[in-house]
Design a protein around this ligand. Structure first.
Ligand code: FAD
Length: 431
């Protein structure tokens, strides 16, 4: 019998899952992809609205109007589906959205997506199918469409591809209620013009914090970039000054930093990342501990040891997302097909525990345990070797590392460079 798979979300991860399921039609029925919005693309589907939509759901995408990718298209692409060759390396978000729409169309995914349909619950149930002796786990997926019609269906496995850049993480700041200006999170930032001439304290100097600071400075805002990372050493434009992290807001509304300095500001902008949020899952029932910025145990950052037919695609951070999803999905399908046998539940739990412990001992903070960064290559290749699909071409790593280096030196201009892949091993700078 063909296996039935539910996919939650039609962003890059969900489309990738659907594409590979469809290509294994001998083992799997066409997937059912649930998508709460009316579009594919998830994060890449720019929405100028902020806050709650008419249907009561919060806006999903955190995309801002002028965002250009921070990875070149040569590295960002699904390895088996290039971007159009005439495009520059660093793309405006609209081009990534077009790419995902093209991916969806080329692989015939669209007919399998139920748009405007929210997954409300995903629950494990024990079933015995005719001819089977032992009970096995199946999944009851309850969804509701735009007319409020609710439906519960049973699947053999579920791919959770609902993204994790939607639910703003806002750290506790003592006295924040005293702040008299505007407070917002980068999730609700769309463009810089409304901030022209204002003083803005940006909290956090990772990709979004730095990018948004540059956009704000460009329209003449006075930016204080507050962060706890080592001092940024590359030249920042006039209009951006660095400071230590925010300690508190004083009674008079002024912001106090860790080094004791204080400032007044019109805007406090949190670029402090996002929380994991899976309102359709009962974490305790699944044996999972889901905290703001961490979830565990997930064997190979993918599968809860207690329920090896549930897969979380794309939860790692600081990665090449699309190539990573492509590896995770193929590994997961190899597990479902039986060509990869997972270790026992106890062994998987022990391996996850040991890996996390090693990272903590190396000084990695708890909230950073899902960052792969330099480990991403070995991670993807281990999945590929185990499941027998092609390794990521070495050129992806070398170009990724080059771009990372350029980003540190020229944060404002690195996106002007254009690259070309020559082979699986070599790239060249074309201008
Ligand atoms: P998403 O794109 O978030 O898709 C999840 C989908 O699930 C959405 O369509 C959502 O509507 C749907 N969904 C959620 N809950 C439900 C539910 N209950 N029922 C039904 N549907 C549901 N990556 C890069 O490679 N390069 C970049 O330059 C880059 N820049 C980024 C900039 C920003 C501002 C952000 C936020 C992210 C950026 N990323 C970048 C990372 C990006 O998130 C990933 O590339 C990728 O798009 C994530 O895809 P996803 O499918 O995991 O999640």
């Amino acid at each position: 019998m063909l296996q039935r798979v539910a996919v939650v979300g039609a962003g890059a991860a969900g489309l990738c899952a659907a594409r590979h399921i469809l290509s294994r039609s001998g083992r799997f029925a066409p997937p059912v992809v649930f998508e709460l919005s009316e579009n594919v693309g998830g994060t890449w589907c720019y929405d100028e609205r902020v806050g709650k939509l008419d249907n009561g759901l919060p806006v999903h995408s955190s995309m801002y109007r002028d965002l250009r990718t921070n990875l070149p298209k040569e590295v960002m692409m699904f390895p088996d589906f290039p971007f159009e060759p005439q495009l520059s390396s660093f793309l405006p978000h609209q081009e990534v959205q077009r790419y995902l729409e093209r991916y969806c169309q080329s692989h015939g995914i669209q007919p399998h997506i139920r748009f405007n349909t929210v997954v409300e619950s995903v629950k494990p149930v024990n079933v015995t199918t005719e001819g089977e002796v032992e009970e096995r786990t199946a999944w009851e997926v309850t969804s509701s469409d735009s007319s409020g019609h609710q439906k519960t269906e049973t699947f053999d496995s579920v791919f959770v591809c609902s993204g994790h850049y939607s639910d703003p993480h806002i750290p506790l700041i003592p006295g924040i209620e005293n702040f008299k200006g505007k407070v917002l999170h980068s999730h609700s930032y769309r463009f810089a013009e409304p901030f022209a001439g204002q003083s803005v304290v940006v909290l956090g100097a990772k990709a979004s914090g730095l990018d948004i600071s540059l956009e704000l400075a460009n329209v003449g805002a006075q930016v204080t970039l507050s962060h706890r990372r080592p001092r940024i050493t590359f030249p920042l434009p006039d209009g951006i000054q660095q400071s230590s992290s925010v300690e508190a807001v004083e009674d008079n509304g002024r912001i106090r930093f860790q080094d004791g300095s204080v400032t007044e500001a019109d805007v406090l902008m949190f670029c402090t990342g996002y929380n994991f949020r899976f309102p359709f899952l009962d974490a305790a029932q699944l044996g999972l501990d889901i905290q703001d910025q961490m979830m565990s145990p997930l064997y190979r950052f993918l599968v809860p040891p207690a329920f090896p037919s549930l897969f979380f695609v794309g939860i790692c951070k600081i990665i090449c997302p699309f190539p990573n999803f492509n590896c995770q999905v193929q590994f997961a399908l190899a597990v479902l097909e039986g060509s990869v046998t997972l270790p026992s539940r106890v062994q998987m739990e022990e391996e996850v525990r040991r890996e996390l412990q090693e990272k903590l001992e190396r000084g990695v903070q708890h909230r950073h345990l899902l960052i792969l960064d330099q480990d991403q290559w070995e991670y993807c290749n281990t999945l590929a070797r185990t499941a027998g699909f092609p390794l990521l071409p070495t050129v992806i790593r070398s170009l990724y590392e080059e771009v990372w280096r350029q980003r540190q030196i020229h944060p404002k201009n690195y996106r002007k460079l254009n690259y070309r892949l020559i082979s699986d091993l070599e790239w060249e700078l074309i201008n």
